[in-house]
Design a protein around this ligand. Sequence first.
Ligand SMILES: *[C@@H]1O[C@H](CO)[C@@H](O)[C@H](O)[C@H]1NC(C)=O
Ligand SMILES: *[C@@H]1O[C@H](CO)[C@@H](O)[C@H](O)[C@H]1NC(C)=O
Ligand SMILES: *[C@@H]1O[C@H](CO)[C@@H](O)[C@H](O)[C@H]1NC(C)=O
Length: 461
Amino acid sequence: MLSSHLLICLIGLPQLFLIVQGDGMIEVFKWKQMDFYNRGDGLNVVPGNQGHQGTSRPDRPLSSAPVVFPGKYSRGKRESLTSRDSPQGVRSRIGSNTDNADAPYIPYNNVPMGATHYRGRLFVTMPRRRVGIPSTLNYIDMTRDGREQSPKLHAYPNFSLNQFNESSQNLVSVYRTTVDACQRLWFIDTGMLEYPNNRQQIRRPSIWIVDLNTDRVLKRFEIPESLVETGRGLASLTIDVEPNKCGDAFAYIPDLVYRRLYVYHLSDDRIWAFEHNYFNFDPLAGDLDIGGQVFRWDDGIFSTTLGQRQPDGSRDVYFHPMASTNEFVVSSRVLQQESNAARSDHGNDFRVLGSRGPSTQSTMHDYDPRTGVIFFAEIQRNGVGCWKSSKPFTVENHGTVDSNASDMIYPSDLTIDDEGTIWVMSNSMPIFIYSTLDTDVYNFRIWKQTTTKAKRGTVCE
Ligand SMILES: *[C@@H]1O[C@H](CO)[C@@H](O)[C@H](O)[C@H]1NC(C)=O
Ligand SMILES: *[C@@H]1O[C@H](CO)[C@@H](O)[C@H](O)[C@H]1NC(C)=O
Ligand SMILES: *[C@@H]1O[C@H](CO)[C@@H](O)[C@H](O)[C@H]1NC(C)=O
């Protein structure tokens, strides 16, 4: 009592407020539009980036390219409107009048999605939802460009692997990345160009693993069509591996469109699919109002995160659909057994944890082993939420780390690095989809905060 009075006297009310409210997220970078060291025009090549000069190809599909008509693969299901879609009839803005629609780089069309930090490199993804995206997988060199407000992106691992349709082995479109306990970067290439009214699956979706020490591609696994019709719903993945058993890695891959959870086992090079009612969206939670746009989405299971490893080696796999405010959990032991996927009844293996509370619809979430707290990127609150996993899962125990409807519009990614720092991307995506971004204001931001400071002053303490 005495000390808290003293505190008020010493530092005054505004700062006490800060302490009570927690530390919030710190803005690291912000952009009006994204730019690249190599824009694919052959002019902007930096030494050391192994950029591919000369024959630049316009980032445009050929008319001979296979066209996937909406609904073609949806097994008779109604065509859904998820975060992956532009509403029918909406023509995408190509750029300003001075932009050439065939240009390899059309600034307006570059909307960043994922942010993952690993020891001085911040990986930033740029899904190909429009033409004019020079590279889909990129990084910011924090040593060199960390002090800039709007740094340019480097293609990763190099430009030629990213160059549009340069070869049949090239990257098409990447949404988010993750780093495992064995210094490897994992991501899904959806293989799909998600152009409005003209989605094209130009390659099988594939799982990629890159060695972060050598920047070499260790693995590219094509997901068979018998299991996954299109790559449209593959927004994220989580890796379950122990640092001393790097070959024995499992990837858990939610599919927000087909509402499945795929499990890939690296050492067997096999993949299988779970289906469950809990992977579906909540019909009452799909109405969203973000960045001045009012819309309805039906995204199913969107992200997973792994709890503490139990003595028996298993871990809780937390998951949620995006159009939902509920959280669910299943043991990794259930998922890792391929034969379980074929069961007609999963009994009580998948469990409801409960509701996080109103307006807590979330894209990504990530468990922090240091604090035992799960952090959530919350789109309707334009902020970051938290839950301490040792506490009962209740609305009261769901905390607010930060929320800012003008600056943190649509947090599209949230990852925690191996130093205990949370990284968040906010990308104003609903404005891009349903309206027009104002290129005179900051539309894209990357935020960070240590997990210990983020939980300070919240119920997650
Ligand atoms: C990609 O390149 C291949 C081989 O050059 C070509 O057949 C195909 O039509 C191209 N696809 C797109 C979408 O440009
Ligand atoms: C780009 O990276 C890929 C994958 O590591 C490699 O196969 C290719 O040779 C690299 N290209 C250049 C131009 O360095
Ligand atoms: C959002 O952030 C801006 C800039 O830091 C600040 O001025 C504003 O008060 C914040 N809004 C809320 C609701 O916290």
